[in-house]
Write a protein that binds this ligand. Sequence first.
Ligand code: FNR
Ligand code: LAC
Length: 357
Amino acid sequence: MSDQHVNVDDFEETARERLEPGAYDYIAGGAGDEHTLRGNAGAFARWELRPRVLVDVGTISTAVSVLGTEIALPVVVAPTAFQRLADPGGEVSMARAAAAAGTVMTLSTLSSTTPAELAAAAPGAPQWFQLYWSRDRGFTRELVEAVAEAGFRALMLTVDLPVAGRRERDLRAGFALPADLPLPNLPIELQREDFHAALHAAVDDTLTWRDLEWLRSSCSLLPLVVKGILTAEDALLAVEHGAAAIVVSNHGGRQLDGVPATLDVLPEVVEAVGERVEVLLDGGIRRGVDVLKALALGARATLSGRAVLWGLAAGGQEGATRVLALLRSEIELGLKLLGCPSPADVTPAHVRRATSL
Ligand code: FNR
Ligand code: LAC
């Protein structure tokens, strides 16, 4: 891979050159008119950083802890489906990149790798599993038991996809998953054309908060992360039903188009539950300063979906590793110039709403 990848956009450009158009658009695309997709990234421009000077920044740490695990940077690898579309190494390469970067990888249910295989790919590395809760309760119970047995450190329940959003790029392209793409964590054989609609057969859309009691009884050993929360009301319900952490997320703008940018609703969720559980944020993270703004507004850490996926698509394990290293170096530089020796020193006083827009 050339060394001319100066920022995440450069990795995306290389990914675009290397990927089949359908695969690129599946990753890049959002739902509907993609208002929320654009909004996620745009929200970061609505907040400005307030640096403090003459602070001793001779030694900078970018480390934080999430659910008791120390990670080298406040960026967790988000669960993203079908990673073999990006690179033949798929989730195994991503796991090794996350391990090399010293952070958590979250394995999607919609992956070509079982929990045991991912654990074996990066022994001892911190890993989380993201669950799409299928209608087959027996299968779901066996899956979460396998997650615990494989030594994963948390179970992440995605709650914003009772059905997939309307992905018009995929519809227009007639994008289909490869027929030979293994999907071992599903109880059904997923239809490969219009797979978003087919997901309806795999995901239980009747779930309510009461069902989390069953999940917690089935997997009591692992802390529960609830991903896809955009309101204080649901944040409170998640905590009342046993969540140890919440991801403020709109699925990267891929679900309900027209919901707010995650950065704009983060303060509401932090105010509601930030004293009781860890609040994470994803959506539109492309630079270290984006991460710092999220931390200032109360996020414990962030998750990266597309940015690290562009790395995987641009250069396999090495590419994903380099994106994570790039984000870490941007965070380190940002902390230094913000006057914060560590992420813990970043406070709401380090941001202000932009007036120039
Ligand atoms: C996702 N996302 C996602 N989320 C989830 O819980 N399970 C999944 O399988 C997937 N799959 C998936 C595939 C692709 C190609 C993308 C881009 C996203 C959503 C993901 O976890 C995360 O919420 C967003 O990607 C965050 O936004 P950014 O970082 O991509 O802007
Ligand atoms: C997506 C689903 C699979 O966003 O989570 O594509």
